[in-house]
Design a protein around this ligand. Structure first.
Ligand code: TEU
Length: 536
């Protein structure tokens, strides 16, 4: 496939509010990100993805935007952002921003105007509907609420929201609105940013048929509706095609077949995507399903478009807790998971803290959780009469707060994250598990990430190479090849707690990276090895 800078890049995701606080308000900030750019550079990443920092009442941690052109006080100022961008570029790092255009905050001027009544000039910027037989138009749920419809007494209509009540969905059928969004995108691109991560971008087009669905809990009806590809092609034509930028769409509910429609290079929509087949179908590790998903996406996108590899982000429990072993095999399993995301076909994404093997958290009380998705779900279930503790326990493993605890920089006060009171409690294991400690050790998770990233950078086969799963039905071992012309890599991962003999011949290969100190041919629990062969 055509070579591009972003296909070769490693992205580092910065959830700035939990990254580094420089003004003592307990929230990370843009100035904190700027100060830590050399750290990200040292790791070896090429692109920094910043979660939303626009003006926002912060009901959903910045995903409820009240002004797309400003910076929220908690994050800093526009001057802070400009300085951060300039320094990132000087270090050779690119910066991509979160583009949240499926919805705004209910405090956005557009919504305040739209809400004034049926005659408002902005009424049609959002999706309003009359009641049907005195009730909401249908039984559709939203991500965060039991119904996607919210009643507005003043104008006597319901408005539509795919997420919280405070996040009304924009009406993409309205041409004027679409052009307002394109204008805003140009504003940031003209400032010099290098692209966008596009929040739930496949939700922009809504279902026309408003009849009830059989299973309202399967939210797939919110996504991939007719019209979506026309919007994305228009966005490409109006904006994206005129810049040397990258786009990664957050695209829940897609199979490889539908996914290809978003990223096929001929179609001029998006560059790459996050699909959620792993996150949604695998609450815990499921080797056979994982292998199948990888094979299907590889086949589905081969020669057409580019995949992305991630196992966690700010919405999903930290990978070492969810898919590894965050106790006695924490270091080995963190490295094994890194090996996976950096050697499977697609771009690797590192979520802050993953590079030192940070773990998820369990808080004892619902009061200690902040996540709107979890809190709303808790209230809904408890309202049904379910036992409070049972509900809490059922939501803990996948709570979004698992990945949102502050970055652990050192063993000082609040892990070196803030001089104030952190907006969210620091994980208690920071005394042992922190950046400072990891950087001092040659065998740490951080050092392993550095080597892995360098290996990928110096071997095109790990980026552009063909992929072949050598043991599709083994439940413990994941063994695959990446090959390009004369280069061939063999990746052997023991994703299990038992030891196993190496299952394929390795005599003609050189061992180039290994996560454990083991010279035998018996793979230890969570052992990962990368072999390389140069074909004569
Ligand atoms: O997340 C959307 C979202 O909840 C899904 O993509 C979900 O992660 C997926 O279906 C797997 O279950 C985005 C943001 O990342 C999130 O933080 C926001 O709360 C949400 O959109 C609303 O903007």
């Amino acid at each position: 496939m055509k070579r591009t800078w972003w296909k070769e890049a490693v992205v580092y995701q910065v959830y700035w509010r939990s990254f580094f606080d420089t003004d003592g308000d307990g929230y990370g900030d843009l100035e904190g990100v700027r100060q830590k750019l050399p750290y990200i550079k040292e790791l070896g990443a090429d692109v920094v993805w910043l979660n939303p920092f626009y003006v926002s009442p912060d009901k959903d941690n910045g995903y409820d935007i009240a002004d797309y052109y400003g910076v929220m006080d908690r994050a800093g100022t526009m001057a802070d952002f400009e300085r951060l961008l300039k320094e990132a570029h000087a270090l050779g790092l690119k910066v991509i921003l979160d583009l949240v255009v499926n919805h705004t905050s209910n405090q956005h001027q557009w919504f305040l105007e739209s809400k004034k009544g049926k005659d408002s000039p902005k009424r049609d910027y959002y999706i309003w509907h009359d009641p049907v037989q005195g009730k909401a138009p249908n039984n559709w749920r939203s991500y965060f609420e039991p119904s996607c419809w919210e009643w507005d007494k003043h104008s006597g209509q319901y408005y539509y929201h795919s997420f919280a009540v405070e996040q009304p969905d924009l009406n993409w059928e309205n041409k004027e609105l679409r052009h307002e969004i394109y204008k805003m995108m140009r504003f940031w691109l003209d400032k010099g940013i290098d692209g966008f991560r596009m929040d739930v971008i496949n939700l922009l087009a809504k279902r026309k048929d408003l009849s009830d669905v059989e299973d309202p809990y399967n939210l797939s009806y919110l996504a991939n509706n007719p019209g979506i590809h026309e919007y994305l092609q228009e966005m490409h034509e109006e904006v994206l095609g005129n810049y040397n930028c990258m786009t990664v769409g957050e695209i829940p509910f897609v199979t490889p077949k539908e996914g290809a429609l978003y990223v096929d290079e001929e179609r001029q929509e998006l560059n790459t995507l996050f699909h959620f087949q792993i996150a949604d179908e695998m609450p815990t590790w499921d080797m056979l399903r994982f292998k199948e998903i990888q094979r299907e996406w590889y086949e589905g996108l081969k020669g057409r478009g580019w995949n992305s590899q991630f196992l966690n982000n700010h919405d999903h429990t930290r990978q070492v807790t969810r898919y590894g072993n965050d106790r006695e095999h924490r270091v080995a399993s963190a490295k094994l998971l890194a090996t996976l995301t950096h050697t499977l076909p697609g771009m690797p994404y590192i979520y802050q803290g993953e590079e030192i093997g940070m773990t998820g958290v369990t808080f004892d009380s619902i009061e200690d959780y902040q996540d709107i998705a979890m809190k709303n779900r808790y209230a809904e279930e408890v309202d049904k009469g379910r036992n409070e503790n049972e509900v809490l326990v059922s939501l803990q493993l996948l709570s979004r707060d698992n990945s949102r605890t502050p970055m652990q920089w050192n063993d000082k006060k609040e892990a070196g994250f803030t001089q104030g009171i952190p907006w969210m409690s620091v994980n208690k294991n920071y005394v042992e598990l922190n950046v400072e400690k990891d950087m001092q050790r040659e065998d740490s998770v951080f050092r392993y990430y550095q080597r892995l990233i360098q290996l990928r950078k110096s071997n095109e086969a790990l980026v552009y190479g063909d992929f072949k799963d050598l043991l599709p039905s083994d439940e413990s071992l994941h063994v695959y090849e990446r090959s390009l012309r004369e280069e061939q890599f063999l990746i052997i991962l023991n994703h299990s707690e038992d030891s196993h003999p190496i299952p394929v011949p390795t005599a003609s290969f050189d061992l180039v990276l290994q996560n454990l100190n083991n010279e035998t041919s018996q793979l230890q629990p969570y052992e990962a090895r990368i072999y390389k062969k140069t074909i004569e």
